[in-house]
Design a protein around this ligand. Structure first.
Ligand code: 13P
Ligand code: SF4
Length: 305
C-alpha cells in the first residue's frame, strides 16, 4: 500500500468521525475500499446494517440499488454514494413497465423480486429476496405461482427443488456470473485437481449443478472458513477473495479463468469516497410514494426470513 493510499484512508477515517458517518461496503468492492468500511457484507447483511445503524450519514460503497435500499429503510438519514453512475446491469434487465405486463399476464402469481432491482420495481413486487434467503422467501410466499425476477439462474437454482410451486422465470442474468462457465472452472481445476468448487447461485445452471457448494457471497466466505479443505476455486466476483483471505488465512484461493470482475463495483475508489464525504455528495433520493411501497416489500422479506 503506498503513502497516498494510507493518507487517504486516514483522512476518510477522520471525516467519518467528524460527520457521524458509517461506511458500508459490498464484498465486490476494491480491497482498499473494503478496508476503510465499518462493515463489509452481502446484500442481505448490508440491508440490515443500513436499517439499524445509529449514524446520521450512511456512505454506501456498492451499486445504486444497494444505496437505494439504505435510503428506503432509513429515509431520515443522509445516504451518500461515491459514484452515482455505478449501476447493476442485472437490475437494468427488469423495467417497471415489463413487471406490470407480467402481472397482467399472470394475475394469480406473486412477484418475488431479487434485491438486484431498481426501487420502482421493488415497489411493484409482493416481496424481495436476496441470494442468501431466496429459497426461504420462495417457499414461504403464499400461492402456487411465482414470477421470479430478474435473475433466471438464481430462480432456476431454487425452482429445481421447490415443491408445489410453479416458478415463472424472467430472462435476466448477471453478466459477471454468466462468464463463470464449466470451461472457465476446468481451466483452473486441471492444474489444481484437489480444489473444491464453490459458486454463487447467479452462475449458469450447469455450473451450480456440478459445484461442491452453492451460496451467497457471505455463505461462500463462511463455508471456506469452516471447511477442512485447503484449496478452493471461488466462482464469484474477485473482490470477495479479500475478505475470505482475512477470515480463512492459509487457504489457497483460486478464481475461474477469466477472472469474474464487476466493473460497476470497481467504480468506487478511495478518492471518490473521500470527495463524497468531504463535499456531502452524491445524495441518494427515492421518491416517497415509491419508497413506501418498496419498503413494504423489503420489510416483508425481513419478517419472513
Ligand atoms: P449477494 O446477495 O451475494 O451479495 O450478491 C448480490 C450481487 O450479485 C451483488 O452484485
Ligand atoms: Fe450487478 Fe452482477 Fe455487478 Fe452484482 S456482479 S452488481 S449482479 S452486474
Amino acid at each position: 500500500m503506498n503513502m497516498e493510499t494510507r493518507e487517504l484512508q486516514r483522512e476518510i477515517q477522520r471525516l467519518k468521525e467528524e460527520k457521524n458517518a458509517i461506511i458500508l461496503a459490498h464484498y465486490y468492492q476494491r480491497p482498499e475500499v473494503q478496508d476503510i468500511a465499518d462493515f463489509v457484507g452481502d446484500s442481505l447483511e448490508l440491508s440490515y446494517k443500513a436499517a439499524t445503524a445509529p449514524h446520521s450519514t450512511i456512505l454506501f460503497c456498492g451499486v445504486t440499488f444497494m444505496a437505494e435500499i439504505a435510503k428506503i429503510l432509513a429515509p431520515d438519514k443522509k445516504v451518500l454514494m461515491p459514484y452515482p453512475g455505478a449501476g447493476c446491469i442485472l437490475a437494468d434487465m427488469a423495467l417497471p413497465k415489463e413487471v406490470e405486463e407480467a402481472r397482467e399476464k399472470h394475475p394469480g402469481a406473486k412477484v418475488v423480486a431479487y434485491v438486484n432491482t431498481h426501487a420502482q420495481v421493488k415497489a411493484l413486487a409482493d416481496i424481495i429476496c436476496t441470494s442468501a434467503n431466496a429459497r426461504e422467501v420462495m417457499e414461504k410466499t403464499p400461492g402456487e405461482e411465482i414470477i421470479f425476477l430478474p435473475d433466471k439462474n438464481l430462480g432456476a437454482y431454487h425452482a429445481r427443488s421447490l415443491k408445489g410451486k410453479k416458478v415463472i422465470l424472467w430472462d435476466g442474468y448477471c453478466p459477471v456470473h454468466q462468464t463463470i462457465t464449466l470451461q472457465s472452472i476446468e481451466r483452473v481445476k486441471t492444474r489444481h485437481p484437489q480444489a473444491l468448487v464453490v459458486v454463487h447461485p447467479e452462475c449458469p445452471p450447469e455450473v451450480t449443478e456440478k459445484a461442491d457448494f452453492v451460496g451467497s457471497t457471505s455463505q461462500l466466505v463462511r463455508f471456506i472458513a469452516q471447511s477442512q479443505a485447503k484449496s478452493f476455486i471461488v466462482g464469484t466476483e474477485e473482490g470477495t477473495l479479500h475478505q475470505i483471505a482475512k477470515k480463512a488465512p492459509g487457504k489457497e484461493l483460486l478464481l475461474p479463468d477469466p477472472v469474474p470482475l464487476c466493473h460497476q463495483m470497481k467504480m468506487t475508489t478511495l478518492e471518490r469516497v473521500y470527495k463524497a464525504l468531504q463535499e456531502d455528495i452524491y445524495q441518494v433520493e427515492v421518491e416517497e410514494g415509491i419508497r413506501k411501497e418498496a419498503e413494504r416489500a423489503i420489510r416483508r422479506m425481513m419478517e419472513l426470513s
